[in-house]
Design a protein around this ligand. Structure first.
Ligand code: SF4
Length: 420
């Protein structure tokens, strides 16, 4: 009888792409994939460690899986497993951790999950390996991993320790994967990575050449870049995108703080003047009378050590008066052991962080409403997705506005012009 296996993904789209790849590989070996909240023989949990809260969420889900299926073997991989292997192995039900030097950077074979109990090292792979991955859970959009690891070592972040150094596979391999995605009928690809714009380090290539090569893949109609550091979003990339390509007017850029003092303490590689100029440059290159407004999603961390009320106000005003994004992804600072920021004495109280998150959330609502208003009456293309929710289907415009309409199976995977 086929072994039943369930997969749980926590964290970012990169994890999502990797889990999807494990799932495809193991399905080919004959396992039966079941939903994670059903009884299974084997569970694979792909974890995240970006905040203290993420770690807790991972522990809770592992405990929940053990309650659902006490006899099952639970395997854990991902960033949390990479950093806190021993902590995870102490949780009841965990059979093995693909972590530390054993992280499965290649798709583990089913045999790795069937090893006798007690063998905690299910696989032996190095952190410098690259697991090629893309997601295939949705019928219209796929997340394609183009890069892994990070060399930046921002002072608050543990990701470079979990994911290793910046690396990638060649453009030609990624084009092949994009063709594979296109042949499955998927029309939109979102490029993901840990530090996506750093693509090319290990192959001597560059990010712009990757975009140009992917742009030629037949069958793929649209591309988004999931997140890119402002210093790596070069003007020549913006110019090329704006010249009429399949890359959409949608940018997710981490700002993290609108205070130069805090940016410096974070070890970020730009200041607010640089960031403001970049946003301005993109708007000038891509926005024209009657055209859709560019969607900017901006990450901000609030409550970083040393962030006084005055410095927080700098962030608030930078967002409100200068950057004016369509959306703010707000993260209260999380103290991650082993990082320089965690060792600082001037930590900000949790209650202050909570207040600041609330203030930024209100600002985000305001800015988002303005963005929507600014797009009123504009003609945009929507790619409709397959989900039928109570007779309603939805899709996104190029500039990431969600559109709903009555469900029509004919429209699934189709790009349709609408007036917003
Ligand atoms: S760029 Fe900074 S925040 Fe982003 S993964 Fe690298 S170290 Fe972490």
């Amino acid at each position: 009888m086929k072994k039943k296996m369930a997969f749980v993904t926590l964290g970012c789209k990169l994890n999502y792409a990797e889990t999807s790849t494990y799932e495809r590989g193991l399905s080919r070996e004959g396992i039966e994939v079941v939903p994670w909240d059903e009884k299974a023989d084997i569970y694979l949990v792909n974890t995240c460690t970006v905040t203290e809260h993420s770690d807790k969420k991972c522990r809770n889900i592992i405990r929940k899986l053990h309650r659902i299926s006490p006899e099952a073997s639970i395997f854990v991989t991902g960033c949390y497993a990479q950093l806190k292997k021993e902590e995870i192995l102490r949780i009841e039900g965990v059979r093995a951790v693909f972590g530390a030097d054993e992280k499965p950077m290649v798709v583990p074979s089913i045999s790795a999950f069937l090893k006798p109990a007690g063998d905690k090292n299910a696989d032996k792979c190095r952190r410098t390996d690259f697991l090629p991955a893309y997601s295939s859970g949705e019928r219209t959009r796929s997340f394609l991993k183009v890069q892994d690891g990070c060399d930046y070592f921002c002072s608050y972040c543990t990701v470079p320790y979990a994911r290793g150094r910046s690396r990638n596979i060649p453009i030609s391999d990624l084009v092949r994967q994009a063709e594979e995605i296109a042949s499955a009928g998927i029309r939109e690809i979102v490029l993901t990575g840990v530090n996506t714009g750093d693509f090319g380090k290990s192959t001597g290539e560059n990010f712009l050449d990757l975009l140009k090569a992917l742009n030629e893949v037949r069958g793929i109609e649209r591309y988004r870049i999931s997140s890119i550091e402002p210093n790596l979003l070069k003007d020549e990339i913006v110019d090329w995108i704006a010249s009429g390509t399949k890359f959409l007017p949608h940018f997710h850029i981490p700002l993290q703080s609108g205070s130069d003092t805090i940016l410096k303490a974070m070890g970020r590689r730009y200041d607010t003047a640089f960031f403001a100029r970049k946003i301005d440059y993109i708007r000038h290159a891509m926005e024209h009378p009657g055209s859709p407004k560019v969607f900017f999603g901006i990450d901000v961390i609030t409550g970083f050590p040393g962030e006084t009320d005055a410095l927080f106000k700098e962030t608030y005003h930078f967002l409100k008066d200068t950057a004016r994004p369509a959306f703010i992804h707000i993260f209260p600072y999380s103290r991650r052991a082993g990082t320089p920021a965690a060792a600082r004495m001037d930590q900000v109280k949790d209650s202050v962080k909570t207040d600041r998150v609330k203030i930024l959330e209100e600002l985000c609502t305001e800015l988002h409403a303005e963005f929507m208003e600014a797009n009123r009456g504009v003609r945009e293309n929507v790619l409709f997705e397959s989900t039928d929710k109570n007779g309603i289907m939805s899709g996104y415009t190029g500039n990431y506005i969600r559109i709903e309409r009555p469900y029509d199976p004919e429209l699934v995977g189709k790009t349709v012009p609408v007036t917003l």
